[in-house]
Design a protein around this ligand. Structure first.
Ligand code: HEM
Length: 532
């Protein structure tokens, strides 16, 4: 019988198509394993093809990074989907990577959620090399102590407005929402010179900022739209498999991310389409603000945007570096970086102090001892006269590290911790692991502000870089002093007027959510008691 009757000749794979098929498979495998190959000598747990260690992350949450450090040592491999990360979980090695070898590790790796978001890429956080250093030097001039101290009255007025009549509400205060509104208003004013008006007192407010915003700005749709878009754009930056389809692809097969994003963003209803629309609107609004301010001849130099524009016009900074696009991005970045982090920290302090009455007593003594209730502390007072408040804030930041991983990338071959890392390796500093390491913080699960007393033995024994919630070296957080000033002023004002207790509706233990920064899953619910 003629075989061709059953198997037409053209369906038998030819040698060339077999070769193409095998070449494709080999190409795919090479592509998938390329980031791993150069760092294969660094220890790490076995990983699954494509998803890497993402299932482990889903199972254990960020505690996984401490567990892996215990098992594999202070430097180990972690596979975020296809991408291999080198995790540094030791203070001395963080110093090596962040300071001693900064020249070789000065840029940040761009994680998949960000590579899908051009809006987020032109800020200081993700710019690279000389663009970054020129931008950073210009922006640093804005953070002069004299400028920060001039911001005290602005901060204070938002704080007072946001915290009026807290005790008149018999129901819970969603403190995390209140602090997010406050921090967004403060940074809105400081960055853009715009009063978003979110801190005005409300009759009620639920656990999402969106509702607070809508309640606050009935009749001011512009502002609420802007803030809602800001919140949406931020919260969509997920680092796990719950982001948009293109973000997930970016984690698994990054080469496909951009082509798919280009298609999906044109299909109404997809998450990529929504993100694209939001980012476009947001960029449009930011460009409008920047353009308007550029034309404004009466502009002062109180806010960040005006300061950059003034520097640009006086030729103190090159117009090629600060194009309007970069100015919009960097100003928006301030809103982004300055609101969620600061408000999370403020909420953590109040939550933790509410559960530790001895700490509360000592803190109130210090605050009451400062002076009459209407005496607003200056920047210098905040620095010198509240040592215990300082310890409480540090301990809260250690206890809940808002930014537990810091992303960096090698720009040349470099040796860290005895391993040679090729150019382009993603090196992530695990600040959250350092903060819970019993070597530097005995009984790390206990909230003990006194461990930050400069005279205590524990503090003296500790590695100087064991506690680095604002990062390390020349690339560390630029807003550190700004946010600490805001947090201290807020706490002093709050504790002069109120005591806080956990609401019976608050879950125990507290549940956290892990996006690009840490957040409270169900908000921080408290009851405020007016002090007499
Ligand atoms: C409690 C509040 C805050 C925390 C915990 C925090 C934490 C961090 C961390 C860990 C980094 C990465 C540092 C590194 O790579 O070593 C960072 C960078 C940055 N932060 Fe903050 N931050 C806070 C508030 C702010 C505020 C208020 C602003 C703006 C006013 C801000 C703006 C930035 C910027 C622009 C960068 C990028 C710096 C660069 O790459 O040169 N942050 N922050």
């Amino acid at each position: 019988m003629d075989l061709e009757c059953f198997y037409p000749i053209h369906s038998v794979p030819s040698a060339s198509s077999m070769f193409t098929f095998v070449a494709l498979i080999v190409g795919l495998l090479l592509y998938l394993y390329a980031p791993f190959w150069g760092v294969r000598k660094v220890p790490g747990p076995p990983s699954m093809p494509l998803v890497g260690h993402l299932p482990l992350l889903a199972k254990y949450g960020p505690d996984l990074f401490s567990l892996l450090a215990k098992q594999y040592g202070p430097i180990y491999r972690f596979h975020m989907g296809r991408q291999t990360l080198i995790i540094i979980a030791d203070a001395e090695l963080c110093k090596e990577a962040g300071i001693k070898k900064f020249k070789e590790i000065r840029n940040r790796s761009i994680p998949s959620p960000i590579s899908a978001s051009p809006l987020h890429q032109k800020g200081l956080f993700f710019t690279r090399d000389s663009q970054w250093s020129t931008m950073r030097n210009t922006i640093l001039s804005v953070y002069q102590p004299s400028h920060l101290s001039r911001l005290v009255p602005t901060m204070q007025s938002f704080i007072e407005s946001a915290t009026q009549n807290l005790d008149s509400q018999k129901q819970d205060i969603i403190f995390s929402s209140l602090s997010l509104r406050l921090a967004t208003d403060v940074i809105g004013q400081a960055a853009f010179g715009v009063n978003f008006g979110l801190s005005r007192p409300h009759d009620f407010c639920d656990s999402t900022i969106n509702n607070c915003v809508n309640n606050a700005n009935v009749g001011n749709k512009e502002v609420s739209d802007f803030i809602n878009q800001h919140i949406y754009s931020t919260t969509q930056l997920k680092m796990d498999l719950s982001g948009s389809f293109s973000i997930i692809l970016g984690l698994l097969i990054p080469i496909l991310q951009e082509p798919f994003r280009q298609i999906l963003k044109r299909i109404p209803g997809t998450m990529d389409w929504k993100i694209e629309r939001t980012n476009k609107k947001l960029s449009g609004r930011l460009d409008e603000i920047v353009e308007k301010r550029m034309k404004d001849r009466t502009r002062t130099s109180k806010d960040f945007l005006s300061l950059i524009l003034n520097a640009r016009e006086s030729k103190a900074v090159s117009e090629n570096v600060f194009t309007p696009e970069y100015i919009s991005a960097v100003t928006y970045e301030h809103l982004l970086a300055g609101s969620a982090t600061t408000s999370f920290t403020l909420s953590s302090v109040v939550y933790l102090v509410a559960g530790h009455t001895q700490v509360e007593k000592k803190l109130l003594q210090e605050i009451d001892g400062f002076g009459p209730v209407d005496q607003i502390p200056t920047s210098q007072d905040l620095h010198d006269k509240f040592p215990y408040l300082d310890q409480v804030i540090k301990e809260a930041m250690r206890f809940y590290t808002v930014s537990p991983l810091v992303a960096r990338e090698t720009s040349n071959e470099v040796e860290i911790g005895g391993y040679l890392l090729p150019k382009g390796t993603w090196v992530w500093l695990a600040l959250g692991v350092l903060a819970k390491d019993p070597k530097n913080f005995p009984e790390p699960e206990k909230f003990k502000p006194e461990r930050f007393d400069p005279n205590c033995e524990e503090m003296k024994q500790r590695h100087p870089y064991a506690f680095i919630p604002f990062g390390i070296g020349p690339r560390a957080c630029i807003g550190q002093k700004f946010s600490l000033q805001e947090i201290k002023l807020s706490l002093i004002h709050l504790y002069r007027k109120y005591l806080f207790r956990h609401s019976p509706n608050m879950e125990n233990p507290l549940e956290l959510e892990y996006g690009i920064v840490l957040n409270f899953k169900h908000g921080v619910k408290l009851r405020a008691i007016k002090r007499t």
